[in-house]
Design a protein around this ligand. Structure first.
Ligand SMILES: Nc1ncnc2c1ncn2[C@@H]1O[C@H](COP(=O)(O)OP(=O)(O)OP(=O)(O)O)[C@@H](O)[C@H]1O
Ligand SMILES: [Mg+2]
Ligand SMILES: [Zn+2]
Ligand SMILES: [Zn+2]
Length: 632
C-alpha cells in the first residue's frame, strides 16, 4: 500500500477516536463504562493484565506485556506487577508510594519504563483503556472532579464510583466565571495520552541543582499575564505546565531521582502521600499519576544511609531489576541489541552470541555452598538444562542462597560494544565466537568498574566460555559430518534398546535379514556404555534402569526417545562421535586433502551453510579450528 494512503488512514483512525461533549454526556459514558473513570494506577495494571498472563506449572506468572522486549526477568517482573502494579490498582497505600526500580547498569530499567509509557499511549486509544478529561484543563483532569464535595456521596451511591481529587485552580475559576457553576455544561473530551504532546506522560530529569527550578515540576507564574490579572494567585497568571501537571492521568518517569535536590523530593512526598502537590500560591493541586524512578544499588545504599532521608525512604517501594541469569535469554537480548545497532548487516557466526552469553552470565553468578555445585553447573541449571545430581528443587534453593544474585556483573550493552569493536578490527563481514572472546578479553582493561582481582576472575570465565565453545564447535562439525545426525542417533539408540531388552529378559534377537535367532550384541552395548564410564559390574543395573524407564514411559503413553534419558543420550552422542573422530580429524586438518577428502570437506561446508546458519567464511574457520582442536 502507498504511504500516502496509510497516512490518511492513520489520520482517519485518530479522528475516529476523538470525542467531545458536555459533562452531562460524560456521565452517560461513565454509567455505561465505569472503567473510564479508573485511576492511573488501575489503568496501568489493566494495560498489563489485558495483554495476557500465563501461569506456568510452578504457579509463576508470566506477563506478555513485557515479553516482547524484556527477556529472562520473569520473576522480577512478576514481583513488580504483583507487589506494585496490582496492589496499587486495588489498594490505596501502595499507590501512595513512589516506585523505584533498582538495578545494575544497562539491566533494562529504562526499557521497562519506556514500555509502560508507549504502552499507555496505545492503551488510551483502545476501548479498555479509554479516558476523558475536562476540555481546556491544563492537566486534562478527570471530569468527575466537577461534582462538588457535598454531592459526592450521592454520586458514589448512584454510580458506585469513588471520586478522588478536586478541581484544579484553572478549572475552578472557569467553572465559576464562564459556566456560572453549571457544571453539566462544561465541555469534556476524550484524552489520548502522548508523551510528545505532553499529555499524561512525562519525564523529569534533574539538571544542575543550582539552576534547576521547582517550576520544572510544578509549573510557574506567567509573567506575561501577571499584570493583566493583577495577582500571583490568579490561576490565569499561572502556567500549569510542570512535569507533574502534564503527567496527570498517566505516569511520570523520574530520572536520577536520588541525585535530585531534596526540595524536589519533598514535593513528591506530598503528591504520593496525599495525591496532591503544592504549586505557586494555590491550594493543593490534585494529581493522579504513577511516579517511577530508577537508580543503581550504590546510589540507593548511599541514600538510605543518610538519616535525613528516612521519611522519604518509607514512601518509596524498591523493586530490584537484576540482570538476566539464563544464557538462552541473554542470547535473545544480544540479538535484539544487534538488530538495533550497526552490526545488523554483519554475519554473526552460530554460537558467537551464546559464547559471549556464557561469559556474561558467569560473571553475574555467585558461588554456592551446595555440595558438588560449581558455577558452570549452576549456569546450566538456571538455563533449564538437566545437570546430574540436581533437581528443579535445587534451583529454588540456589536462588534463596543468593538473593542478590544478578545485581552485578558484565552488562549486555558492554558485550555488544565489544562485538562492534571486534568488527572494526576485522576486515571480514563475519564475526565468530573466538573474535568475540578476544574482544571481550581486550576490553577488560578498559572497563571502568573492573579491578585487578576482578580481572583474574573474569579471565577465568573467558577460559570457561572458550572451553564450552570448543565443545559446541566439535559437536557441530561432527554432526555435519554425519549425513543425518538425528537419524543415526535414533538408529543407534533403538538398536541399543532392542539389545538391552533381550539381555534383561534372557531372550534372543532376530536377525533382521536372515531371520536367525541371535544373542544380544554385548560388544555394541558395551561400546556405548563405556562412553559414560559404566563398568562391567555396573552394566546390569544400568540396563535394568533403562528398561524400567522405558516401561514407565510406555505406561504413560509417552515415547521413550534417545534424548529422554540424559546419560544415555550422552553415551549415544559420544559413541557416534568416537566412530567419526578419526575421519573428522584427518579430513579437517590435512594440508593436502585428496580427492575424497576434498569432496567430504565441500559436502560438510555445504551442510554447515545450508543447515546450520554459517556463511562460507565462518564455515571454513570452524573446520580449521576444530581440526586443530582434534589434533591436540
Ligand atoms: N533483561 C533484558 N531483556 C531485554 N533487553 C535488555 C535486558 N537487559 C538489558 N537490556 C537491553 O540493554 C539495553 C540497556 O538497557 P536499559 O537502558 O533499559 O538499562 P538501564 O537499567 O536503564 O541502565 P542504566 O542504569 O544505565 O540507565 C537496552 O537496549 C535494553 O533493551
Ligand atoms: Mg536507564
Ligand atoms: Zn483542571
Ligand atoms: Zn559467517
Amino acid at each position: 500500500m502507498d504511504i500516502l494512503d496509510r497516512l490518511s488512514e492513520y489520520r482517519a483512525r485518530e479522528e475516529q477516536l476523538r470525542w467531545e461533549g458536555t459533562f452531562r454526556d460524560y456521565l452517560d459514558i461513565v454509567r455505561a463504562k465505569p472503567h473510564v473513570a479508573q485511576s492511573a494506577h488501575s489503568r496501568i495494571y489493566q494495560m498489563i493484565a489485558s495483554a495476557g498472563v500465563q501461569t506456568d506449572e510452578q504457579g509463576r506468572k508470566h506477563y506478555k506485556f513485557f515479553e516482547r522486549e524484556i527477556f529472562g526477568l520473569d520473576s522480577a517482573i512478576e514481583r513488580l506487577v504483583e507487589e506494585y502494579f496490582h496492589s496499587a490498582a486495588r489498594r490505596l497505600d501502595v499507590r501512595k508510594r513512589i516506585l523505584l526500580l533498582m538495578g545494575p547498569v544497562s539491566g533494562g530499567k529504562s526499557t521497562i519504563v519506556t514500555m509502560l509509557k508507549r504502552g499507555l499511549e496505545q492503551f488510551s486509544r483502545t476501548e479498555e483503556g479509554e479516558l476523558y478529561g475536562i476540555k481546556g484543563c491544563p492537566m486534562h483532569e478527570e471530569p468527575l472532579h466537577l461534582i462538588p464535595p457535598e454531592l459526592r456521596s450521592d454520586f458514589e451511591h448512584e454510580f458506585g464510583i469513588k471520586i478522588e481529587g478536586t478541581l484544579c485552580p484553572a478549572c475552578r475559576l472557569r467553572v465559576q466565571d464562564e459556566y456560572n457553576n453549571r457544571v453539566e455544561e462544561v465541555p469534556v473530551e476524550r484524552v489520548l495520552l502522548s508523551e510528545d504532546d505532553r499529555v499524561g506522560i512525562g519525564t523529569f530529569s534533574p539538571s544542575d541543582p543550582k539552576s534547576q527550578d521547582i517550576a520544572d515540576l510544578t509549573g510557574s507564574i506567567d509573567f506575561s499575564t501577571i499584570s493583566e490579572y493583577g495577582s500571583e494567585s490568579d490561576p490565569r497568571a499561572y502556567r500549569f505546565d510542570g512535569e507533574l501537571n502534564k503527567a496527570n492521568r498517566g505516569l511520570m518517569e523520574f530520572q536520577e531521582m536520588l541525585k535530585c535536590d531534596e526540595k524536589f523530593l519533598w514535593h513528591l512526598l506530598s503528591l504520593t502521600q496525599e495525591g496532591n502537590f503544592k504549586a505557586g500560591r494555590f491550594a493543593l493541586i490534585s494529581a493522579d499519576e504513577m511516579i517511577i524512578a530508577h537508580t543503581n544499588e550504590a546510589e540507593y545504599r548511599a541514600f538510605i544511609a543518610n538519616k535525613k532521608n528516612e521519611a522519604l525512604q518509607s514512601r518509596i517501594i524498591v523493586m530490584p531489576i537484576p540482570y538476566n541469569l539464563r544464557i538462552s535469554e541473554e542470547v535473545r537480548i544480544y540479538e535484539k541489541l544487534v538488530r538495533q545497532s550497526d552490526l545488523r548487516d554483519v554475519h554473526i557466526a552460530p554460537h558467537a552470541l551464546r559464547t559471549a552469553a556464557i561469559f556474561s552470565v558467569l560473571t553475574r553468578l555467585r558461588d554456592s555452598k551446595k555440595q558438588g555445585m560449581d558455577l558452570v553447573k549452576k549456569m546450566r541449571l538456571y538455563d533449564g538444562e538437566t545437570v546430574e545430581g540436581f533437581k528443579e528443587k535445587d534451583i529454588e534453593e540456589l536462588r534463596q542462597e543468593a538473593p542478590d544474585e544478578g545485581m552485578s556483573g558484565i552488562d549486555p550493552r558492554y558485550v555488544i560494544n565489544r562485538i562492534s569493536s571486534a568488527l572494526i578490527r576485522r576486515d571480514t563481514p563475519c564475526i565468530n565466537a573466538l573474535d568475540v572472546l578476544r574482544a571481550l578479553k581486550d576490553g577488560l582493561d578498559q572497563h571502568p568498574s573492573i579491578t585487578k582481582e576482578d580481572r583474574e576472575r573474569l579471565l577465568n570465565f573467558i577460559a570457561v566460555a572458550r572451553k564450552e565453545y570448543d565443545d559446541m564447535a566439535k559437536k557441530e562439525v561432527q554432526k555435519a559430518f554425519v549425513y543425518s545426525y538425528e537419524e543415526s542417533a535414533r538408529t543407534l539408540f533403538e538398536n541399543y534398546l532392542d539389545n538391552v531388552e533381550a539381555y534383561c529378559n534372557w531372550q534372543k534377537l532376530k536377525d533382521p535379514i536372515t531371520g536367525e535367532e541371535i544373542d544380544p550384541d554385548e560388544k555394541l552395548m558395551r561400546s556405548i556404555e563405556e562412553q559414560i564410564g559404566i563398568s562391567e559390574n555396573a552394566k546390569k543395573a544400568f540396563r535394568e534402569e533403562i528398561l524400567i524407564r522405558m516401561s514407565t514411559y510406555a505406561r504413560r503413553g509417552r515415547k521413550f526417545e534417545y534424548h529422554s534419558h540424559e546419560r544415555l543420550r550422552e553415551a549415544i552422542e559420544k559413541k557416534l562421535f568416537a566412530d567419526l573422530k578419526d575421519v573428522v580429524k584427518i579430513t579437517t586438518s590435512t594440508k593436502t586433502p585428496d580427492v575424497q577428502q576434498l569432496k567430504k570437506i565441500n559436502e560438510v561446508t555445504k551442510q554447515l551453510i545450508e543447515e546450520h546458519g554459517y556463511c562460507p567464511i565462518c564455515a571454513n574457520e570452524l573446520l580449521r579450528y576444530t581440526g586443530s582442536l582434534l589434533n591436540r
